[in-house]
Each structure stands twice: as structure tokens, then as C-alpha cells.
Design a protein around this ligand. Sequence first.
Ligand code: PGA
Length: 250
Amino acid sequence: MKRRPLVIGNWKMNGDRGAAVRLAAAAADVAAALSGVVDVGISPPAVWLERAAAVAGSARVLAQTSSEHTGGAHTGELSCAMLSEAGATGTLVGHSERRQFNGEDDAVVASKLREARESGLEVVLCVGESLEARDAGATLDVVEGQLEGALAALDQLAGIVIAYEPVWAIGTGRTATPEQAQEVHAAVRSWLARRFGEAAAAATRILYGGSVKGSNAAALLSCADIDGALVGGASLDAAEFAAICRAAAA
Ligand code: PGA
């Protein structure tokens, strides 16, 4: 079964309002051109969500993170309801930069995922091993541990996308080879099948992330279990992002 590819641009903490509007409008163009063939998404900084969503057309708009709390005394946090009202239909959860620099452990990731699902947001759950873990041969242990940590309390996978992002490939220009990525994607899908059943696993999109660009997207996206990409740096260049989206259509 071939799943419709999904390509999401994660802008991280980059750009200004003008750039956000320009990139969102460009994403709308590529989403329209590839309608029904590739799903396109953008993940802008939260302050530009509303403006970006206004011009994003059929491109889906995701928050980069969301609170595990529904509301209340949580200074600086943004609830899923607020993000939805600003135009987000989904959110990233557990991005490695949040895990590394914002102290988000598996318990926090699980709470955020639960809150986002209960609020009706689509979740892109990010998992991936460090270089030390890969060198130690512990890649699958780490990735499966992160899946278990985030998904243990869930009874179904609807509304969940998985993004496999090896930490050593994020923002480093060093991409996993298609063979390395496919191996982990296949392992993730069999873990999902054991936990949620074959049909649910076959229907779930597993994206690759880590230095994806126009020149390497086609080789990665042609792998059987790679259903799209979560793109950081290259998504800040509209032409490069469009090239990645087109590669997903091939
Ligand atoms: P990168 O980031 O494409 O800049 O490596 C990917 C990500 O962090 O989602």
C-alpha cells in the first residue's frame, strides 16, 4: 500500500513576518500544484501562525510545539486551543531540539501528544537517535523506546504521523543514506504493527528528517517505507522546498 507523501517545512526560529508570509504563500502554490498527489505542510514560528495560515491555501499548518496543559497558569506557553484558533491543524511533538534543549523527556512528550490528540490536532511525533547511540549499535533500541514512551497510552494511531530524524543528521548537512533511513523506517512500521495492528501501521505515514534537500530528496523518498519529509534548513528557501515536494510526487 502506498501512502500519499507528506512534506512539512519546519522553519524553527527563523525569519521575520514578511518571510513567513512569502514562504506560506509559496507553500500554497506548491500544495495547489501537487493537490491530491503530495500533502504539503508548514510549521512556522507561533507568532506568525495566524498570518501564515491566512495565505497557506491547502498547505497544512502545524505548530512547532504545544503545551501539555489545557490552560491556566503556564507563563509563556501556548495551548492547543490557542494554536488551533491561530490556524494550526497539527503540531510537532518531541522534536529532538525540544528534547535536547528544553528538557522534554518521554513523559512530557507523551503528555503533549495526549493533549494535542484530545484537542483534535494532528501530531507529528519526532523520534531519532544520537550519534553515540548509532555508533553503539543502539539505534533501534532508542527509537523503539521513544515510540513506546510516547504512544504507550494510546489505543489507536489515527491522526498520528511519525518523523524519524536521526539527531546526527539534523542541521549538519549529513544525511542518513536511503538504506540507513529505510532500515529504521521499516523497523518503526513493524513496531507500530505489533502495537496497533497491520492495517493501522500500513496507513501511518513515516517521514524522514535530517538535512533533506532538493538534491537528495528523490533517493530518500523512493524508499518503500519513507512517506515524506520533515525539512528544516532547506524549507527556508521556497524553490528548494518546492523541489523537495516535487521529488515526493515522482
Ligand atoms: P534540517 O532539520 O533539515 O535542517 O536538518 C530537520 C528538522 O529538524 O526537522
